[in-house]
Ligand binder design. Structure first.
Ligand SMILES: *Cc1c(COP(=O)(O)O)cnc(C)c1O
Length: 367
């Protein structure tokens, strides 16, 4: 039976490939991996993910609570700017509370006695292809910059967090960065129990030298006597979901344009922000060229231009690949378009539709 589109289809068997690599990193390097919920928070597959990962990390009080409630194990809380209410909430859910600035740490530490406290450090260098996502960009607000400022508060801390990578698939660059961090912060690091090296490391990518990655992590951990944490978002779930859509119309204006029952703006917003085309599932590719567009009223709601194996007509299926990370978490009700359902293909091959959205979800999102 054909399921009603659009829907996100998460494939646990594809997820498992990433999870096994994460497990290997823990075994070979000792580094624990915390899922970054801001990238992926589809808790319908946490039952599988928590068998291979050590917990979750968050960007807000709600994410910290979601991690605690749906994933369990260790919960790290981080937020660029906590309110007092956030702090009172996260202290119920988090094992570690990580602050973004020395001023927030000094203001709130008396409220979180008992939790392990951490501070984010901006090492002044980064790896990112996009200025928008560069944590060490000019005038960045992300983390403490001055070593002196860090030293002044280090007695309150049990750990530090360095998140300075975005889509970094270069293991030599990463190993060199660890050495720079050791040289610059060595004394402070030696006094810590744990260090989180953040996310943005593409270590589950095909061809990535995992052995070398693990050796660099283990050396860093031994050098400073710290438990290392990684915070994979994209690399935990990469290539594990599709957005399944159906063509609703084909129009012509200088080219053939297939309009599908989903939208980039509403359902894969990250692509629009970074101006990158959607990936089409390889199983569809061939010689018939179409531009595939969304059905929101935004003129630039375009997924991309692709060659298809067959001509597209209303009713044809179009599969977008890699729809898990930063897509599902950013889905929105722009234009009041029908929200893609969420389905999971389990390890045994069976498909569960775990969530369907209705008009009432749209209505309740406004007031
Ligand atoms: C975004 C983010 C992550 C996850 O990044 P990915 O690129 O998805 O791996 C981890 N830690 C922090 C602090 C982040 O801001």
């Amino acid at each position: 039976m054909k399921m009603q589109t659009p829907y996100y289809l998460i494939d646990e068997r594809k997820l498992l490939r990433n999870l096994k690599r994460i497990e290997r990193v823990r075994e070979e390097s000792g580094a624990k991996s915390m899922l970054a919920l801001k990238c992926f928070s589809a808790w319908c597959v946490f039952g599988l993910m928590k068998q291979y990962m050590d917990g979750t990390t968050s960007s807000s009080a709600y994410e910290a609570r979601l991690g605690h409630d749906t994933f369990g194990k260790e919960t790290h809380a981080y937020c660029v700017g906590y309110t007092k209410e956030d702090i009172l909430s996260v202290k119920k859910y988090a094992d570690k509370v990580i602050f973004n600035s020395a001023s927030q740490l000094k203001r709130f530490f008396p409220l979180v006695r008992g939790a392990k406290l951490g501070l984010r450090v901006n090492p002044g260098f980064s790896y990112s292809h996009y200025d928008l996502a560069d944590p060490a960009r000019r005038n960045s607000r992300l983390g403490v910059v001055a070593v002196k400022e860090l030293r002044a508060v280090s007695s309150l801390l049990s750990g530090l967090m360095f998140h300075f990578n975005c889509e970094n698939d270069d293991v030599d660059n990463f190993a060199a960065s660890l050495d720079r961090i050791s040289r610059r912060y060595g004394k402070v690091l030696d006094a810590m129990e744990w260090v989180s090296l953040g996310g943005g490391l593409y270590f589950t990518k095909e061809g990535y030298e995992l052995g070398r990655f693990c050796r660099a992590l283990r050396a860093f951990s031994r050098r400073h006597g710290v438990q290392v944490y990684l915070e994979p978002g994209e690399s935990a779930i990469t290539q594990s979901a599709q957005l399944v859509t159906t063509v609703v119309d084909v129009v012509h204006n200088g080219c053939d344009i297939a309009i599908v029952d989903a939208s980039v703006e509403a359902h894969m917003l990250d692509l629009l922000i970074y101006r990158i085309p959607a990936k089409i599932d390889k199983s569809c590719s061939g010689k018939h060229r179409y531009t595939v567009a969304g059905r929101s009223c935004l003129a630039g709601d375009v997924f991309g231009t692709y060659g298809f194996r067959r001509r597209l007509h209303p009713g044809s299926t179009v599969l977008f690949a890699d729809a898990a990370g930063y897509s599902m978490v950013k889905k929105n009700w722009f234009n009041g378009l029908g929200m893609p359902s969420i389905a999971v293909q389990r390890l045994n091959g069976s498909i569960d539709v775990v969530r369907r959205f209705t008009y009432n979800d749209f209505k309740n999102n406004a007031s």
